[in-house]
Design a protein around this ligand. Sequence first.
Ligand code: HEC
Ligand code: HEC
Length: 136
Amino acid sequence: MAQMSAQLVPSLTGAKQPMENLQANPVPRWVVDDIRKMRAYPEQPPVIPHSIEGYQLSVNTNRCLACHKREFTQGSGAPMISVTHYMTREGQMLADVSPRRYFCTACHVPQADTPALIGNSFVDMSELGVGHAGDQ
Ligand code: HEC
Ligand code: HEC
């Protein structure tokens, strides 16, 4: 398998030989228009519509929470981290963000306006023939 990986795995980096040295692509420009994007399905972690350049996110400091935590949303105008972010794995509510939701960028990422690496045929679930609540 490992020897065939070059044929099997679509080359996202462009390198024919995995060990080859290539020039790094320029870092893409992030979309920072502050417009909250539609989610592709209800449980999707929403993408980040603003710059996170230089925001520290470490064990001791979490810049994201300085705006998105319940206590600070009135001042910041940011949407509160949702109620699931306060739950433990067992569904127990905590007073503060749950450790499993602490490192925001594990799930939430900014977007860049770049061409898709591979084609995809994603169809929104609302177009799969399901009747919609409140349609009539
Ligand atoms: C200075 C305040 C501030 C900081 C710091 C901040 N945000 Fe935000 N965030 C906002 C505001 C305000 C919005 C609403 C959209 C907008 O104005 O950009 C938002 C929107 C979002 C959204 C979109 C929510 C949705 O429902 O579409 C996500 C996800 C998000 N932020 C994640 C993060 C993460 C992750 C970090 C840290 C890396 C972070 N934010 C840091 C203020 C902040
Ligand atoms: C394990 C993945 C994960 C992590 C880590 C995580 N989130 Fe989320 N986030 C989600 C998912 C999934 C949703 C949408 C469903 C939900 O609310 O649970 C969401 C929703 C949100 C929303 C939208 C809330 C709303 O009601 O519209 C904001 C804002 C947000 N997250 C911010 C953050 C911030 C800030 C952090 C870091 C402190 C963070 N998230 C960490 C997965 C995650």
